[in-house]
Each structure stands twice: as C-alpha cells, then as structure tokens.
Design a protein around this ligand. Structure first.
Ligand code: ADP
Length: 811
C-alpha cells in the first residue's frame, strides 16, 4: 500500500517536475536564442554599417567634387574602386538634383539612369526624407526591378551649404544576411522584418510563435530579428523533457526501491531489534539463572570489598543465605593471615585488570573453607567492581591428598613387589616400573624410559617375546619364561606375566617378572637326580620290602598283645563285678548287726529300760549317732555298688508327690528348726508313676545337704509341676559352691574344702548316688545353681512316669 501511494506520488511529482523542467528548458533555450540573436544582430549591424561606410565615402567624394567638370570620369574611377572592395553592392549612384546621372556599374542598372528620385513614386518618399534629415536614410528592403532583394541608402550632398544632389548606394540584402550568417543556424528558425513590419527574411509565422526578439538598430529605425526553435518550442525540448521524465521516473523508482529496501531493512532491523531485545532479555534471564544455579560461587563486590551480588553457591560455602552475605565485605570472611596475599592480588587487579587464580580460606559459619579464586575488574556506570568466581576446593584438596596417599601406596606396593613390575603401552613404551627392574637390570630410570621392553632381552629371545606381547594385546593375557639381559650382559631366568589393561583409553600391558634362578637350579638338580633315580628306587624298594617284613612281625605282635589286653579287660570287669557284689553282700551283712546296735542303743537312750546317768545318756547318744551315720554310709555304699553292678531294681508305683514331700519335710524339719534355720515349703498335689522310695531318697539327700551346708538363713523346698514332668527344687542360703568346684560335687567321695567340712559329717557319696538314682532309676536329671557365700539351689527334674521319657542332659 505504501509502495502504491509512493508510486502515485512519484507520478504526480514526475508530472509537476516535467512541467517545471519544460519551463526551465524553454527558458534556457530562449536564453540561448537571445544569445544567438545578439550575435546575429551584431553581425547584421556590422555588415550594414560597413556598407553604409561606402555611402559615406561616396558622399564625401561627391561633396568634394561637385564643382569638378569631369565629375563623371572621377565618379567612375572612384566608384569602380569602391565596387572592387564591395562586389555585392548593386549600385553606386549620384543623383544631382535628385536625378541619377552617375551610376556604377552601369551593367544591370540601365533602368536606373536618369531616374528622378523625387518624382518616382517608389523613391519619392525616401528621397524627400533624405533631403529632410540631412543624414543617411535607409529604405526598407524591397524587390529590385533587376531581381533580388535590395535596399537603398542615401545621403544628401550639399555644395557650399546648398542641396546639390543625393548620393545613393544600392545594397544587396541577401549578401548582408549571408555575411551575418543568418542562414547558418540549424537549431533556430530566424526571421527579420523591417520597420514597416514586413517580413523579408524567414517565415512571418515566426513572429507569432512566441519568438525571442531583437531590434537591430539602423541609422534610421530598426529591423526586428526573431528566433524560434525549428519545430517550435515544445518540440525542441521534448527529447530533453522525455529524458528528464524518464530519469525522474527511474530516480523515483530507484528511490522507491531504496525506500522499500530501507523500509524493509527498517522492518528487519525492527524485528531484529525486537528479537535481539527478547534474546537479550532471555539471555539476561538465562545468565541470571546461570548465576544463581552455578555450582561455582560467584560474587560481585565494590573496590572496598563490599559484596553487592552473590549467588547461593558462594553463600552456601560460608554456610549462610545470600541475604546474610550481601552488604558485608569479603574481608570479614578472610582470615587475617591471608590479608597480605589479598592485597597483592588487589595490586594485580589494578595493574592487569584481573587477578588469580589463587587459593585461600574463607571463614564459614561452620569452619574454614578452602577456596580457589579468580576474577576481573568490570566497570558499570562509571563505577568499578570486581567479579570473582570462587570454587570450593575443600573436597578437591581432600581428594588430591587421598590421591597422593593412594599414589604413595601404589608406589610403595609396586616397589615392594618381590619381582619386577612393568607397565607399557602398545608402542612398547614403558609407562611405569618398579625399582627392582632398575636394580636387576642395572639401568637408570632415564635409560629404561628410553628403552623398549624387547631391548631387555637377548636377540635369540626377542621373537618369542614379541609373539607373547602380541598374545597379551589380542587375547588379554599370557606368560613366558625368558632370560633378562642386564646392562652388564648377564642373563637371568625370569617368569613373566602379562595382562592387558586399559589405562586412559589406551591398551597397556601390566605384569610382573619373578626370578626363577632357584627353580632353574632345582630343575638342574632334578635332572641330575633323575640320572641316579633308578638306582635309588631299587634301593628304596629293597628297603621297603625289609620294612614290610618287620611290619608284619609287629602286627603279629600287636594282635597277640591285643588278645592279652581283651582277656585282662574281661578279667577286670569280672573283678569289678565281684567287687561290687562283695561290697553289696558285705554291706548287707554289716547292716544286720548295725541295725541291732542302733535299735538297742535307741531303747536305752530313750530310757525304756530304766533311767540313765547324764554321762551315760550322752555317750550312748554318740554311739547311736555314729551307728546311724555308719548305717547311712553302708546304705549308700550298697546303693552305689548295686547301681554300678547293674543290680538296682526299679519299683514303680503310683503316689502323690505332695505326700512324699510332706514325709521328707517331717523327717528333717526337727533338725532344721533345731539348727535355727527357717524352712519354707511350697507343695502341690501331683500324681506320679515312679519309684517312690528312690525319689524320696534323692529329695532327702538334697534337703539334708541344704541343712548341713547352711549356717544361718532359710531353706526352701518347692514343687514345680510341668507338662509331663515335675521338679523338686531345694534352695538354701548356705555357703554355696564355687565354679571351679562345681564339676567335683557329683564325683564319688568328693567333699569340697570349706569351713564346715570338719564339723559337718559326710561321705562324699550323697550327690553321686542321688545323681545316679535320678538319671538311671527315675529317668530324670539333676542340676544346680550356686553362688559362693549366698547359697545354692538343687533341682531334681523327673518325668511323671518313670521310664516314659529319655533322661534329659544336665546330670
Ligand atoms: P557329703 O556326705 O559330704 O555331704 P555329698 O555327695 O552329699 O557328700 O556332697 C558332696 C559335697 O558337696 C559336700 O561335701 C559339700 O562340700 C558339697 N555340698 C553338697 N550340697 C551342698 C549344699 N547344699 N551347699 C554347699 N555345699 C554342698
């Protein structure tokens, strides 16, 4: 649309411009015509005046010779001279009294002779005017009688003040016009008209076509010279105008093009600016996001150190929030010992515009942080700031330290390897090796670095080594035995391993070599030994045969001894059984008289046979106690013997444990009370199918032990029924049993060392027998817990039906 408007405006402008330009061109052309007319007019005046000078000459001659008798001859001579210099003059004539008497040339002018100028109607007016003016008069051009266009100039001749006659010169107008070169103009059409307005040269229409005019002054009046372009003014400037309009149109088009280009460019620029602005905003946003999310700390501070912008990464290093850091100076976070270094960096910043990288520590909220800094100077709105990037290298330092440690470790490990260690790449360039390699080969570190692994072997082995190295790189692993060739030329046998490994994306061979000189020596010795092996094998075989015979004799011997041992063992068992039987029957035999002793002693002590003296009673009581002790000892011995001889009988019967416990308590309670001990009984009804007598014996045993080995405190007897079993536990507050002695108490005849041992009677058979009864007769178990000085608890665990369950472990 804008382009269309522009084109319309251009067209209008073109038209208006065309009009103006046309006017301009016409003006210019008119100016040029005026200039031309000036030239032509001047030339025309000059041509006429030159000819009028001839008239003056003739006039002067005539006045000088009016009185001369031979005027006619003189005239002829003079006129001939004049005519010779001006051939185009048609006639020189002198008319005394107005009648032409003298003329030159005569030829062609015959009709003029004797013409009375004052009387001829064609010349009369002019002649009279000449007479009147006394100066030169010039007629308008007219068609001559003899043909052609001419005009006549006249001047009155006076003889001593009286009119004498007229001097006349007939001028040829075409030659005057030709001399003024009017006909040589190609661009303009020229026209001349005389004083009366008659056009005698050119077209009269020229004067009506808005010509440029010039008056050509004559001695009398003037001619009017006019010029118009040939074809008219419009036609003369048409081409220029067309060129102009074409130029203007082209210029307008070019301008339109330029304008449209400029406009388009403007639009593009506008779009680009908008795009750039958006991109800048986006970039600004992006940069801000980068700034805020950057893992590297970034800080902008004034030259005095005051922080004006920091990101979270930097604030985080200090253990603070961004807002807590802003407005503070970084000097506050820099330990005093770094201040000199800090000032040096500021000097650098001033000189070079940037500082760092360098490392220092920052004082964080929770301790010091190791950082690496670098930065540069920036200028904003005329103020200088420092941009800094701060990297937390605490972890990095730690990792570096760890790496150094690891490196030292691996170096130490490699150097401490028993053999040689090597690592080289596919180009057979050594990358690492241990000190052993240098020591064994006698090369320096630098020498090995310059050598190839193949250089360390003699020529005859290099091909093998090359093959093996190729194997490692193609298959992953290989090994070989070869001779190391030292710098001194010594050859040492080695066993080499090679393993392909990737280090920094480069295939390498890593391996160790072990000196096998000793093994080689052994192999040599073995070879030597092999040579004598057969002899030695034969010798050995012979020795072995001899040994076999000896062995057979020994086996025979052993067999015999074994038979003897078996017989002896049998004998021993028989002896043991006989011993037990002997003891059992002996004890039985001993019990009968002992019962009598006890029975009669108790009759006497109880004074059923009569009163006793106190001493008698006391002694007899000792006899009764000793008898009872002896009886219990014999009973125990009998029981032990029976058990060991496998002769004890199990007599199961159904009974209530409650009754059994009551019976046991009744038996021992008087003695317990007498000793000043407290007795607590926890009894329950529980029917058992077991050997009642043996369970009562076992219960009495542990209850009497509790009483015997308790000096003060209490004894508790408790029945603890369970699912298919029942427990009778006796606890006391007595002397207790130490851990070391615990293993002894169930051994026969074992009495523990204690303060009570001397005063308390015992055989060391009680617990041994109890355990035997509980495990072998009642099919139960016995266990105890004890703490020396605090007391013991003995627990008998029995099944509700004797023999119904296997005996659990513990006894
Ligand atoms: P004794 O006839 O000597 O009592 P036992 O076989 O009944 O023989 O006991 C063996 C030893 O175990 C005892 O001599 C005693 O030292 C120790 N003993 C047994 N019961 C207890 C107990 N309740 N408290 C402390 N020691 C005990």
């Amino acid at each position: 649309m804008a382009l269309l408007v522009w084109l319309v405006l251009c067209a209008l402008g073109c038209l208006a411009g065309g009009r103006w330009y046309q006017g301009y061109l016409v003006d210019r052309l008119r100016l040029s015509a005026a200039h031309l007319l000036g030239t032509k007019g001047t030339a025309l005046s000059a041509a006429i005046n030159r000819r009028l000078a001839l008239l003056e000459g003739l006039h002067t001659f005539s006045e000088a010779n009016v009185v001369a008798a031979d005027f006619g001859r003189r005239f002829e001579t003079y006129a001939a001279g004049l005519h010779a210099g001006a051939r185009d003059v048609r006639i020189f004539a002198v008319a005394p009294g107005g009648v032409i008497r003298y003329l030159y040339p005569v030829e062609g002018n015959e009709l003029a002779r004797d013409l009375d100028l004052f009387r001829d109607p064609h010349t009369r007016a002019d002649a009279l005017r000449t007479l009147k003016t006394r100066g030169i008069t010039l007629s308008d051009p007219y068609e001559l009688r003899q043909g052609g266009l001419g005009m006549v100039a006249r001047k009155s001749v006076y003889d001593r003040g009286r009119f004498w006659g007229l001097a006349t010169v007939g001028l040829n107008v075409p030659s005057i016009l030709s001399e003024a070169r009017l006909d040589e103009e190609s661009r303009f059409a020229l026209a001349l008209r005389d004083h009366s307005g008659r056009t005698f040269y050119g077209a009269s229409a020229t004067f009506s076509a808005a010509p440029v005019r010039l008056d050509v002054e004559l001695p009398e009046g003037h001619w009017e010279l006019a010029a118009v372009p040939k074809g008219g003014w419009q036609a003369a400037v048409r081409n220029d105008l067309l060129w102009f309009q074409a130029g203007v149109a082209l210029a307008a088009l070019c301008l339109a093009g330029i304008v449209s280009l400029v406009y388009e460019r403007q639009c593009r620029l506008g779009a680009a600016v908008a795009q750039r602005t958006a991109a800048l905003e986006e970039s600004e946003e992006y940069n801000r996001a980068l700034f805020e999310l950057s893992p590297t700390g970034l800080a902008l501070c004034r030259m005095d150190g005051r922080l004006v912008d920091v990101n979270q990464a930097f604030a985080g290093m200090l253990g603070l929030d961004v807002e807590e850091v802003l407005g503070h100076s970084y000097w506050e976070y820099t330990p005093q010992r770094y201040h000199d270094q800090e000032r040096e960096q500021l000097d650098r910043l001033e000189k070079a515009g940037r500082y760092g990288p360098y490392e220092k520590e920052l004082i964080g909220k929770s301790g010091q942080v190791q950082v690496r800094l670098q930065g540069r100077l920036v200028e904003h709105n005329g103020e200088r700031f420092i941009w800094s990037s701060i990297e937390d290298v605490t972890d990095q330092k730690k990792v570096q330290a760890d790496l150094r440690r690891e490196h030292r470790f691996s170096e130490g490990l490699i150097d401490s390897l028993p053999g040689v260690f090597y690592l080289y790449d596919e180009n057979l360039k050594f990358l690492r090796w241990n000190k052993n390699l240098e020591r064994v080969l006698g090369y320096t570190h630098e020498e090995i670095a310059a050598l190839s692994p193949l250089d360390l072997f003699a020529d005859d082995e290099r091909e093998l080594l090359q093959t093996k190295i190729r194997d490692v790189f193609s298959r992953g692993a290989s090994h070989v035995e070869a001779y190391f060739c030292t710098k001194e030329g010594e050859r040492i046998p080695y066993f080499f391993t090679g393993l392909k490994t990737e280090i920094d994306e480069c295939s390498c061979l890593i391996g160790i070599g072990i000196d096998i000189s000793a093994r080689k020596e052994l192999e040599r010795e073995l070879t030597e030994m092999n040579a004598t092996l057969e002899t030695r094998v034969a010798e050995r075989t012979r020795q072995l045969q001899e040994s076999r015979v000896e062995l057979e004799c020994l086996v025979e011997d052993l067999k015999e001894k074994s038979d003897q041992l078996a017989a002896a063992n049998e004998k021993l068992q028989e002896v043991d059984r006989l011993k037990s039987m002997f003891i059992a029957s002996m004890s039985h035999e001993l019990r009968t008289p002992l019962n009598s002793v006890i029975g009669y002693s108790s009759i006497i002590v109880n004074e059923w046979l009569g009163p006793l003296l106190p001493l008698q009673k006391e002694n007899l009581a000792i006899v009764l106690r000793a008898g009872k002790h002896l009886l219990s000892l014999i009973n125990d011995v009998i029981d032990v013997s029976k058990i060991e001889a496998g002769q004890i009988e199990v007599r199961p019967e159904e009974f209530d444990l409650f009754d059994l416990v009551t019976e046991a308590v009744q038996q021992l309670e008087p003695d317990i009370r007498r000793k000043g001990l407290e007795l607590r009984v926890v009894n329950v009804h529980q029917v058992l199918m077991s050997d009642r007598r043996r369970l009562l014996q076992a219960t009495l045993n542990i209850l009497s032990n509790a009483m015997k080995y308790t000096e003060a405190g209490s004894i508790e007897l408790a029945v603890l029924p369970g699912e298919g079993w029942v427990e009778v536990a006796v606890s006391d507050t007595g002397i207790g049993i130490s851990e070391q002695e615990a293993a002894l108490i169930f051994q026969p005849f074992q009495r523990l060392d204690s303060a009570l041992r001397g005063t308390v009677s015992g055989t060391g058979l009680g617990l041994y027998l109890t355990a035997k009864l509980v495990t072998e007769v009642l099919r139960g178990s016995i266990r105890f817990t004890s703490k020396p000085g605090s007391g013991s608890t003995f627990t008998i665990h029995v099944p509700l039906k004797a023999g119904a369950e296997p005996a659990p472990e513990g006894a």
